[in-house]
Ligand binder design. Structure first.
Ligand code: ADP
Ligand code: MG
Length: 605
């Protein structure tokens, strides 16, 4: 071959189509996803999905949407043929699910298609038959208004792709997931799924709560808490799973951006982190989140499957979602979890005392302002966790400094009036509006110190007390390495350290507010605990350090407290973001209502 023989040639169209199709339609579930998207874009109120052999031999989507006219019915199968955008400008604000004009072209390249469609205003419908390359057939037909597309023998002409399909079960699981996500995204649309003649899903048009129940069942729906945060930037609403119902995998996380099901590690992580230590290692929270923001701030044109998103500012969105979920969780009482119905209570409409005995205030809510409901003593409602809802804070500020906007400023403790009783130098008992509350003094103090420590590390506002007699500490090589690694964090926390040689450190100052007597041991204790702390939980070092520091610096069981100290502690506790659980996930307080006490004593009135 001479050097001049050109090696590059343009692929024949049918091969190019098959290659392109592979990106859009990877398996039956992606075909279903594209077809459902088209139905939704066409304004369908009812969508029916029919399968044979998990979509392998046949899949069909029937809708009652706008339908297509005689010309469009054929034109729809052209590559880059779309009615949804017409200019580059449109691409910047996509408001439909489809816009690339690829799905029908792709499907027709790798399967046999039968389309029936009719516009309501027209008498006759159109039938189009495409057979993977052979010339199209088009004729008038009688059919209901709307569109029905049958896709037969998917990948019949791309054996490579066909081979990669998994078992029917697996393919069906993907389809079910796709249909469920679509159904969640539009509760106002009725969905039916029929597989080999069996009806496997049917939901009528219904309100969001009912749709959640239709998809996940009563039992699981009862473990969810409704949240809603609105701001100038948009809104975040959805359902959060209670921590104890966390899942092994990430698959049960449902994220919708402007009504489009998406996958996003960034957002998933923001939610996960909002649960802080409430969730066991290796588990993930279950959640359904609807994020609505200006489409101009997003780019869905990242991948042909359109389920990946780029935001103009990923960090901002991360912080926004994280703050919203955190707020929902923190205004929720984990100490008395019980199943709640997804009705008024879930929407935060329940008023104090309205449902005695349900024992649950997991009604993080619709702009909930800190602890509320019957379980919260009135004085605390005033003190509250006073976290302004996202809607109150200017969103831009919130993005910049989500924490500093919060009302919790442990540096300025507010006393709680009391009275307080300390029992066994371990627990604090406090009368509340409708019963009593028992606080674990160590766990409470841990929570307070933990949040202060995090804030100090973030804000880099050192608060150091210098030691009168600097301490020389001998370190193991592992400890020395750890100190090297954590030095900036330790310094922000308030430690004043100088390395002296390889394995010696001189401790010149320690964080403020340590218990007297702890100054010399605290560093080694914290390092020890830091290393013990389970490595499997991938907390960032900052959080791990705050966790070990709070554990070591907090008052212990056995420490006698003065009433004023209890008052300060409880006051500060209720200024934290998550007063109900310690950084290790244990409850900080338990409540007993008068109702419960009366019941235990057999009182009837
Ligand atoms: P896209 O959805 O990106 O526009 P598709 O290839 O999925 O591209 O569809 C091409 C066009 O066919 C759409 O823009 C729409 O005009 C039309 N179409 C497809 N499905 C339907 C449907 N179910 N009802 C009405 N029109 C449809
Ligand atoms: Mg489409």
């Amino acid at each position: 071959m001479s050097d001049r023989t050109p090696l590059i040639r343009v692929l024949p169209p049918d091969l190019a189509d098959k290659i392109a199709a592979g990106e859009v339609v990877q398996r039956p579930a992606s075909a279903i996803k594209e077809l459902i998207e088209n139905s939704l874009d066409a304004g369908a109120r009812t969508i029916t999905v029919v399968l044979k052999d998990a979509g392998r031999s046949l899949l069909q989507v029937v809708d009652d949407g706008s339908g297509m006219g005689w010309d469009d019915a054929l034109a729809a199968f052209g590559r880059h043929a779309t009615s949804k955008i017409s200019s580059a400008k449109d691409l910047e604000r996509i408001t439909t699910l489809g816009f690339r004009g690829e799905a029908l072209a792709a499907l027709s390249a790798v399967a046999r298609i039968e389309l029936r469609t009719r516009r309501a205003a027209e008498e006759a419908g159109t039938l189009v038959i495409l057979d993977g390359g052979s010339p199209a057939r088009r004729e008038k037909t009688g059919t209901a208004p709307g569109t029905s597309i049958i896709v037969r023998d998917l990948f019949f002409n791309t054996p490579g792709r066909r081979k990669f399909l998994k078992s029917d079960r697996t393919e069906f699981r993907h389809i079910l997931d796709t249909v469920q996500r679509a159904a969640l995204s539009r509760p106002g649309v009725a969905f039916t799924l029929l597989s080999d003649g069996e009806e496997l899903l049917r939901c009528p048009a219904e309100p969001m709560e009912a749709r959640i129940t239709s998809i996940f069942g009563n039992k699981q729906a009862a473990t969810l808490v409704r949240m809603l945060e609105e701001s100038d930037a948009g809104s975040i609403s959805g359902f959060l799973g209670m921590p104890k119902f966390a899942r092994r995998g990430r698959s049960e996380q449902y994220i919708f951006l402007n009504g489009r099901p998406i996958v996003s590690r960034n957002i998933g992580h923001a939610v996960f982190r909002a649960y802080e230590h409430l969730i066991e290692k290796g588990s993930f929270p279950f959640f359904v989140l609807f994020i609505d923001i200006d489409p101009g701030r997003t780019d869905v044109n990242v991948h042909p499957s359109k389920n990946e998103i780029k935001f103009d500012d990923e960090q901002q969105v991360y912080r926004w979602v994280n703050a919203a979920v955190r707020h929902a969780i923190s205004s929720t009482d984990l100490g008395s979890i019980g199943a709640i119905p997804l009705d008024g209570a879930a929407r935060g409409e329940r008023e104090a005392g309205a449902s005695p005995g349900s024992g649950s205030t997991w009604s993080a809510g619709a702009g909930g302002r800190g602890p509320r409901g019957p379980a919260m003593p009135s004085a605390f409602t005033a003190l509250g966790t006073a976290a302004p809802s996202v809607s109150e804070a200017r969103v831009d500020d919130l993005f910049r400094a989500p924490e500093s906007e919060r009302g919790s400023v442990p540096g300025r403790p507010q006393e709680h009036p009391g009275p307080f009783w300390q029992v066994h130098d371990k627990y604090i008992i406090i009368p509340t509006g409708d019963g009593i509350m028992i606080v674990d003094q160590h766990a409470a103090h841990e929570r307070v110190i933990y949040e202060t420590a995090l804030r100090r590390m973030d804000a880099m506002e050192k608060r150091t007390q210098e030691l009168l007699f600097p301490q020389t500490l001998e370190l193991s090589p592992a400890e020395a390495a750890l100190i090297g690694e954590l030095m900036p964090l330790l310094e922000n926390l308030g430690f004043l350290l100088k390395m002296f040689g390889r394995n010696t450190v001189i401790l010149e100052g320690v964080p403020m507010d340590l218990r007297p007597g702890d100054e010399t041991t605290i560093l080694k204790d914290v390092l020890g605990l830091f290393r013990e702390d389970d490595q499997r939980v991938r907390l960032d070092p900052r959080e791990r350090l705050a966790k070990s520091f709070s554990c070591k610096a907090a008052v212990k069981a056995g420490d006698r407290l003065k009433e004023s100290e209890m008052g300060t502690l409880v006051g500060r506790l209720f200024q934290t973001e998550v007063p109900y659980v310690c950084p290790h996930g244990r409850p900080v307080m338990i409540r007993l209502s008068l109702d419960e006490l009366d019941r235990k004593f057999g009182r009837t009135s």
